[in-house]
Write a protein that binds this ligand. Structure first.
Ligand code: NAD
Length: 371
C-alpha cells in the first residue's frame, strides 16, 4: 500500500459489535468504512448511515464479490469468525477478527492455512490487551522489572443469562459448550506478560450446574470453569471464566508474579491496581499504585494519546488496536496479534473443552507454527 492511500474497509456484523470499530478506523486516517454487511435487513440502512459507509450488503460473500474493499472487520457472532476470515484471506483481503479466532480446532487449522497462504494480514482484535493498565504491566515486564514471570491469573466474570436470550448464539457457543469458551480476554494480556511464551498444556474443571435457562434446561457450560495452563518455560496460569453466576461483573481481574515483583488488578470499584517491584519499591512490605509508574514507564503513544486516539474509545485502546492492524498492512511493523498469537490465545480454550470432558486431564495444546 502507498502511504497516502486509504484502505476501503467492509464491516460485517455492522448492526452489532462491528459498529464499534468505526471511530478507530476513521481516526487512523489510513482507512475508511466503505461497506457494511449484516443479516438484519431492517437495521442495515441505519447501520450504513451510522458508520458513514457507501454500500450495504445482507450477504458477506456478496460484499466480498461486489464491493471494492481491501479489508474486512469481522464483528459477527463467534461461530462466523473463522469461516468469514478464511473467505476474506483467500480473496487476499486483510481481516481483523473479533475474539475468539474460532470455535473448533479443525476450523482454526483451516484458518491458519488460509492466513499462511494469503498475502493479506490477519489480526485478532483482543482488545483487553490494549487496556491501559495491561499495556503498562506489559511495559514493566519488558523492562525486566518483574524478573522472570512464572505465575498469572485472569478472570472473566460476566453474568449473561439475559443476553443469551437476546443474542441467541451465546446460548450455543458460550454457555452451551463446557470448558473455556471465552477465555481470550483473560489469557491474552497474561500471555503477553509471559513475553510470548505459549500455553503448552491445559487442564480444566468446573464448579457444577446451579442455573437453568428460561426453558428449564441446564447450561452445558458449568457456572465457573477454571483452566490451568502450563506455559512453555514451566510457568503456571489460572484462568476462570464464569458467564452464569449471579453477582456483579468482574471482567478484568488479573494477577502476575515474577521473581522480582507482583501485580494485582483492582477487584472492586474504588480499589487501585497495585504493584510491587523490588527494584523500584525495595522490601516487599507494601503495594503501590500501578498508575504512579505510568509517567516513567508507559509507552510514549499511551502517555499522551492524541485527541483522535481518545475519541476512538477505551482511552485510546480501540485506536491503537486498529492502528496496529493497519501498520502491519502498510508494512510498518509486524502484527502483534497475528495468526499464531491469535491461536496461542484461542487454542487453550478449545483444548480445555476436551480436558473437562476427560475428568480434568492435562492435554497438549497444539502449536499452530507446526501446522
Ligand atoms: N472484544 C469485546 O470486548 C467484545 C464485546 C462484545 C462482543 N464481542 C464479540 O463480538 C461478536 C459479536 O457480538 P455481539 O454482541 O455484537 O453479537 P450480535 O448477536 O449482536 O451480533 C453482531 C451482529 O452480527 C450480525 N450477524 C449475525 N450473523 C451474521 C452473518 N452471518 N453475516 C452478517 N452479519 C451477521 C447480527 O445481525 C448482529 O447485528 C462476538 O464474537 C462477541 O464475542 C467482543
Amino acid at each position: 500500500m502507498k502511504a497516502d492511500e486509504k484502505l476501503n474497509v467492509g464491516i460485517v456484523g455492522a448492526a452489532g459489535r462491528g459498529a464499534s470499530f468505526r471511530s478507530a478506523i476513521e481516526a487512523s486516517g489510513r482507512a475508511r468504512v466503505h461497506a457494511v454487511c449484516d443479516v438484519k435487513k431492517d437495521d442495515l440502512q441505519a447501520a450504513m448511515e451510522r458508520l458513514g459507509a457507501s454500500e450495504k450488503y445482507l450477504d458477506f460473500g456478496e460484499m466480498l464479490e461486489k464491493s471494492d474493499i481491501d479489508a474486512v472487520v469481522i464483528g459477527t457472532p463467534m461461530q462466523f469468525h473463522a469461516p468469514q476470515a478464511i473467505t476474506a484471506l483467500r480473496r487476499g483481503l486483510h481481516a481483523l477478527s473479533e475474539v475468539t479466532a474460532g470455535v473448533s480446532i479443525e476450523e482454526c487449522r483451516e484458518l491458519v492455512r488460509a492466513a499462511k497462504a494469503s498475502p493479506a494480514v490477519y489480526m485478532m482484535a483482543e482488545n483487553y490487551t490494549y487496556m491501559r493498565p495491561n499495556v503498562l504491566v506489559k511495559a514493566l515486564v519488558r523492562e525486566g522489572l518483574f524478573g522472570e514471570v512464572y505465575y498469572g491469573e485472569g478472570e472473566y466474570i460476566h453474568e449473561l443469562k439475559g443476553l443469551n436470550e437476546i443474542t441467541k448464539w451465546r446460548r450455543k457457543w458460550q454457555t452451551g459448550v463446557n470448558g473455556g469458551t471465552y477465555p481470550t480476554h483473560s489469557l491474552g494480556p497474561i500471555y503477553q506478560w509471559f513475553d510470548g511464551q505459549r500455553v503448552t498444556h491445559v487442564c480444566c474443571a468446573g464448579s457444577g450446574h446451579h442455573y437453568k435457562d428460561p426453558r428449564g434446561d441446564c447450561y452445558e457450560n458449568e457456572d465457573s470453569i477454571v483452566m490451568l495452563c502450563r506455559m512453555a518455560k514451566g510457568g503456571l496460569v489460572k484462568i476462570r471464566v464464569d458467564m452464569l453466576s449471579d453477582r456483579p461483573h468482574a471482567m478484568t481481574n488479573y494477577q502476575v508474579q515474577g521473581t522480582m515483583g507482583g501485580y494485582e488488578s483492582a477487584r472492586a470499584h474504588g480499589e487501585k491496581n497495585r504493584v510491587w517491584l523490588r527494584k523500584l519499591h525495595g522490601d516487599p512490605n507494601a503495594w503501590h499504585d500501578l498508575e504512579e509508574l505510568a509517567a516513567d514507564h508507559m509507552p510514549d503513544i499511551w502517555r499522551n494519546p492524541t485527541e483522535t486516539a481518545l475519541k476512538a474509545g477505551h482511552g485510546g485502546g480501540d485506536y491503537f488496536e486498529v492502528m496496529d492492524w493497519l501498520n502491519a498492512i502498510y508494512g510498518d511493523a509486524p502484527c502483534p496479534i497475528g495468526i499464531h498469537e491469535a491461536m496461542d490465545m484461542t487454542l487453550p480454550g478449545l483444548v480445555s473443552q476436551q480436558s473437562i470432558m476427560q475428568n480434568c486431564a492435562w492435554l497438549e495444546v497444539p502449536d499452530s507454527r507446526a501446522w
